[in-house]
Design a binder for this molecule. Structure first.
Ligand SMILES: N[C@@H](CCC(=O)N[C@@H](CS)C(=O)NCC(=O)O)C(=O)O
Length: 234
């Protein structure tokens, strides 16, 4: 019987089944990466709704698992050497889950290297740039009169989309002809363009490979299910 009581986060978000992986998340692009991966890998897990409010992500209990106050985070009761492990940063969690199961990294060493390359492209480029663009286009940043930050992030988003569009020429998935954690990281961020009301602004209608890629991704049962876990209402 695993005991997760040494993780302070379990005081605010009590664990019903300490034998299975615990997911602390909210259904945003970064959050659903992990729930989609868990569904794809068919790993049993218990989801906990952590809202983006300070009362949740800046609570001492949540900070004890992620000092960077952001979802997603996990506790795996059956971690390396059979000991429980807590983790944050969606990219690191995806790598951890893929390595734990030996899946979603392709078949060869070269496949794995390519998957990690595209995962880093998302973590260091697509996600942060799209997030900033969203701030300047839809949220508080849109009230700033100086047009330069907005233009800067829109042009970066367009540049990154052109890279993805070209990479998808003649192949179904970002790292080749196999589905991987890099796709799970990238597509939720492509879908965020709709939420940011930036589809036209970045010229998505002129990028047929990306549109087909999003549709292909959306048909996977893991995506249908994992995209709303944990549900916003709790
Ligand atoms: N690099 C982090 C980013 C996570 C992130 O930005 N999470 C956002 C939601 S998508 C969040 O928790 N925001 C709450 C806050 O910043 O207070 C990751 O990929 O896990």
């Amino acid at each position: 019987m695993n005991d997760l009581s040494s993780f302070p986060i379990t005081k605010k978000w009590p664990v019903a089944n300490p034998e299975i992986l615990q997911l602390f998340s909210f259904p945003t692009p970064n959050g659903v990466k992990v729930s989609i991966a868990l569904e794809e890998l068919q790993l049993p897990y218990e989801p906990h709704l952590v809202t983006l409010s300070d009362a949740d992500v800046k609570s001492p209990e949540f900070l004890s698992l992620n000092p960077n106050n952001k979802i997603p985070a996990i506790i795996d009761p059956n971690g390396p050497e059979g000991k429980p492990v807590g983790l944050f940063e969606s990219g690191a969690i995806l790598i951890y889950l893929a390595e734990k199961t030996g899946k979603l990294l392709g078949d060869t060493g070269e496949d794995k290297a390519r998957v990690l390359q595209w995962l880093m492209f998302q973590m260091g480029g697509l996600g942060p740039m799209f997030g900033q663009m969203g701030f300047f286009v839809k949220f508080a940043g849109s009230e700033i009169e100086d047009p330069r930050p907005r233009e800067r992030y829109i042009s970066e988003a367009k540049r990154l989309l052109a890279v993805v569009e070209k990479q998808l020429d003649g192949q179904d998935w970002i790292a080749g002809d196999f589905f991987s954690i890099a796709d799970i990281a990238i597509v939720p961020w492509l879908k965020a363009l709709t939420f940011y009301e930036a589809v036209e602004l970045v010229g998505l209608p002129d990028l047929p490979n990306i549109q087909a890629y999003i549709e292909r991704f959306n048909t996977r049962p893991s995506v249908v299910k994992g995209s709303n876990i944990p549900p916003r209402e709790g």
